[in-house]
Ligand binder design. Structure first.
Ligand SMILES: *[C@@H]1O[C@H](CO)[C@@H](O)[C@H](O)[C@H]1NC(C)=O
Ligand SMILES: *[C@@H]1O[C@H](CO)[C@@H](O)[C@H](O)[C@H]1NC(C)=O
Ligand SMILES: *[C@@H]1O[C@H](CO)[C@@H](O)[C@H](O)[C@H]1NC(C)=O
Length: 515
């Protein structure tokens, strides 16, 4: 009887978990961020949950899924893109202004204001973490736990929420330099410190001000950051140097490949007929082909044409003239489905983390042409692991491009290494998507997840990295050495006095005796 009741209660409880209402806000201007969110939402819906998702990008309609398109943000993104087509894309001030203006538009968006006004009931909120911490105030406002999705591997910034250790041997993705010697570690730690300083002094105060304009009762932003329940990290040791993860920081790299779009019949036949292998050229969703200089693009097309009888699928949003017959140009591609095809021999991409993960997951070696951010580092890691080759954009010519492609295509070692990495990513006790869902449900079931939080959260950086303890011991040791020094000095002085007295006494005795 008792067990039956337990079972009934348990099933009711499970039912409750199974139909949770989940809110997801992906307000960053990057399509690859939102794509990760869409895949996660789809996984959660398949488990029986209901998801409401706010995103800067559009998504396909699904059952139990409500999509809210943050149109104002998308328009702004396009406007920015049009305005800065030719300017220096890496200017730090431009990025800074961009972040500020995006936040302003975010809080002003009708959909966000509606959520603030109506305070709808949800069980958990999933957000992207990317210089938009003011948005954490929404979790507090709705009184629900916050789960963050970090679109790249663990960075010093991501680590700061949950006090995951920032080790010097983990390279910083912004400055590309491996951290396997003193200088490399010095650069990594310095860069982490500079980024943390900029975020804490420039971005966070601004984010806090604007958040409080719309949510006057919000706690300070550092309190919201320390209150994050869980972070899902889009990485895995098969694509990054191994590193520590605290229990509420879950690497789920590869989860987005749990649900793969189908490719068109046309493309499938094209690939099926690629008896000599196929190459995919795809620079992701953010970089446009038109941003490559004309003569470089011509060189690329020419060399890819020479690869016949190999076939090439080429992603380009613009039409390209005089395309060789072995190249199929498409505006949009189901990249994962293509890479999964057994005839695929090579991926040519920008080396963003998602492309890197896809290359590893399907065991297809890659030729990386980095554009910005962590891409150079990712490709360098792939190069070290023997499944990737780096080609800097400025060095693209017919000769270099041909040489790099030949190197990968003619040397089976690249494919072998990619397959080895693939096995590492695929052979896990649970699939990354199931792992992600398990932990989200865990937070829904067990509340804010304080049992997962380590005591490092809330410590100052010098406390977390034990500098105070080291200083204490250093002080203690110094004090000890100083006291030894003075004690020795005093001892020597006493000894000297004693010796003197002894000497004078013996001489006195001697004199007496002689007299
Ligand atoms: C949508 O939700 C309802 C009620 O929770 C459920 O019965 C149905 O199976 C769900 N649909 C899908 C596709 O999961
Ligand atoms: C950006 O440029 C494209 C075409 O060049 C145009 O269609 C679009 O309306 C522009 N967007 C904005 C927000 O100005
Ligand atoms: C922290 O999160 C929990 C829910 O997960 C909430 O009850 C609590 O009020 C939050 N605290 C702050 C300071 O936001």
């Amino acid at each position: 009887m008792k067990t039956e009741i337990t079972i009934i209660i348990f099933t009711i409880f499970l039912k409750c978990i199974q139909c949770s209402k989940i809110l997801a806000i992906f307000n960053t201007p990057s399509k690859s961020h939102s794509l990760l969110g869409f895949k996660l939402a789809e996984g959660l819906i398949r488990r029986g949950h209901h998801v409401t998702m706010l995103s800067t990008f559009k998504n396909k309609p699904m059952e139990n899924y409500t999509h809210i398109h943050l149109e104002s943000l998308q328009n702004y993104r396009e406007f920015q893109k049009n305005a800065t087509q030719s300017k220096d894309k890496n200017s730090i001030f431009r990025i800074y202004n961009y972040i500020l203006e995006m936040s302003e538009i975010f809080w002003n968006d009708d959909n966000i204001r509606k959520i603030i006004r109506e305070k709808p009931k949800y069980d958990v909120i999933i957000m992207i973490s990317f210089c938009n911490d003011g948005a954490l105030g929404i979790g507090h406002h709705l009184e629900i736990p916050v789960v963050l999705l970090n679109p790249i591997g663990s960075t010093s910034l991501a680590n700061s929420y949950l006090a995951n250790p920032n080790m010097a041997y983990i390279p910083n993705p912004v400055i590309t330099r491996s951290a396997d010697n003193f200088f490399g570690r010095l650069v990594a730690v310095t860069m982490n410190a500079v980024i943390a300083f900029l975020i804490r002094t420039l971005i966070d105060p601004y984010q806090q001000d604007i958040m409080r304009k719309y949510l006057p009762n919000s706690p300070p932003i550092w309190e919201l950051q320390n209150n994050v329940s869980l972070m899902l990290v889009n990485s895995h040791f098969s694509v990054e140097p191994a590193r520590p993860y605290v229990p509420n920081m879950i690497p789920i790299g590869g989860f987005h490949l749990d649900i793969v779009e189908e490719m068109s019949e046309n493309m499938r036949i094209w690939l099926d007929n690629a008896d000599n292998g196929a190459i995919l050229f795809c620079l992701g969703s953010t970089i446009s082909i038109s941003s490559i200089e004309k003569e470089k693009l011509l060189a690329i097309i020419k060399v890819l044409g020479e690869m016949a009888p190999m076939k090439v699928i080429f992603k380009s949003e613009v039409d390209i003239e005089n395309i060789p017959s072995n190249i199929l140009v498409e505006k949009w591609l189901p990249q994962a489905a293509i890479l999964a095809h057994p005839n695929m021999k090579l991926l040519i991409c920008h080396g963003g983390l998602n492309s890197n993960i896809e290359s590893v997951f399907y065991g297809v070696p890659m030729l990386g042409i980095p554009f910005f951010g962590d891409q150079t580092l990712n490709i360098e890691e792939a190069q070290k692991a023997g499944y990737g080759v780096l080609l800097e954009k400025k060095y693209i010519t017919e000769e270099t491009f041909r040489m790099k492609i030949q190197e990968i295509v003619n040397n089976p070692q690249y494919t072998l290494n990619a397959k080895k990495k693939s096995a590492l990513m695929r052979e896990q006790p649970v699939k990354p998507m199931d792992n992600a869902i398990f932990w989200i449900e865990h937070i829904i079931e067990f509340g804010e997840g304080s049992h997962l939080k380590n005591n490092g959260i809330g410590l100052a950086w010098y406390e977390l990295y034990m500098l105070d303890i080291y200083c204490f011991f250093l002080g203690f040791t110094l004090l000890f050495l100083i006291s030894i020094y003075f004690m020795t000095k005093i001892f020597m002085r006493i000894l000297k006095i004693c010796m003197k007295r002894l000497y004078s006494r013996t001489t006195k005795l001697k004199i007496k005796k002689e007299n």
